[in-house]
Design a protein around this ligand. Structure first.
Ligand SMILES: [Zn+2]
Length: 285
């Protein structure tokens, strides 16, 4: 229990076919509330930081928050760097103590992506850390990274060669999923997840989780999506919770910051608990 590794957390979820919420936090309040929600749900959780969050708060402050907030925690947790194309930021976070990174070289030709991912895996291992890999950009821009154009999907052979050559611990294929808010229900390539896992059993990361239907989540998690990324839903919950409270504060002309924080925290805790229930990770820790 306590701070674990990405591999331990997702390997068990993959074997038992549940999904672990991997939630992008944006500040101290959301980090603490996501951890508290996981403890309440008795669920493992992966706390993720975008490169933008690392740059806005600073890796040493973020890591100090993580260490103090997870001291003595009773559920398995890991700190993960989400979509990072910048090798220097990867090095910085591994040196601080992040448990895992997503090296996002999806804009590079797949051969060059593979060559560099091999280096990142070797580097991560020196820190006892793990790596998520991807060869196609997930559609949509998140925290300044990505493109609105849908990337061409690589063949099964290319995907398998990448997984086997690099030794990544988690693989994130594009399956019609997208970052941000879906304007219509996405058409997902469920079979692609099964084809990859049948050929090479590896926990799959599902990106663009905010806004998928219950049925889509259950199907993908049953196939082997063991890490379910949630970023947009936290941003929306966080901003709307603040807005609702502030509108009410304005109406009442009462201005008490700790009451605002406590209101927002409650909503993020509830969101985390509800994701753990939905993905089947609640009660597993
Ligand atoms: Zn993503």
């Amino acid at each position: 229990m306590g701070v674990s590794t990405l591999k331990d957390i997702v390997d068990r979820a993959f074997a038992e076919r549940y999904g672990v919420p991997a939630i992008n936090i944006v500040n101290d309040l959301t980090m603490e509330a996501v951890l508290a929600g996981a403890v309440e749900a008795r669920s493992p959780v992966i706390v993720q930081t975008s490169v933008k969050t690392v740059k806005s708060i600073g890796s040493s402050v973020l890591f100090a928050m993580w260490e103090s907030m997870t001291a003595g925690i009773e559920v398995p947790v890991a700190l993960h760097l989400d979509h990072c194309p910048d090798r220097d930021v990867i090095t910085e976070c591994l040196e601080q103590g992040w448990n895992s990174v997503l090296f996002d070289a999806s804009v590079l030709p797949v051969e060059e992506n593979q060559r560099q991912t091999i280096e990142v895996v070797k580097q991560a291992r020196e820190f006892g850390a793990h790596v998520e890999g991807e060869i196609e950009a997930i559609t949509g821009v998140e925290d300044g990274i990505g493109s609105h154009e849908e990337a061409a999907r690589q063949t099964l052979e290319v995907s398998l060669r990448f997984i086997e050559a690099t030794g990544v611990d988690v693989f994130a294929p594009a399956i019609g999923n997208a970052h941000g808010v879906y304007k219509r229900e996405p058409v997902l390539d469920f079979q692609r997840v099964t084809d990859i896992i049948d050929a090479h059993p590896i926990p799959i990361a599902l990106h663009g989780g905010s806004g998928l239907t219950d049925a889509q989540f259950s199907d993908l998690i049953a196939r082997g999506c063991a890490k379910v990324n949630i970023s947009t839903a936290l941003k929306i919950t966080y901003m709307k919770s603040n807005l609702d409270y502030l509108k009410d504060a304005e109406a009442r002309d009462k201005w008490d910051p700790p009451a605002l924080f406590s209101h927002v925290r409650g909503d993020i805790v509830a969101m985390t608990r509800s994701l753990a229930e939905q993905f089947g990770s609640a009660g597993r820790a």
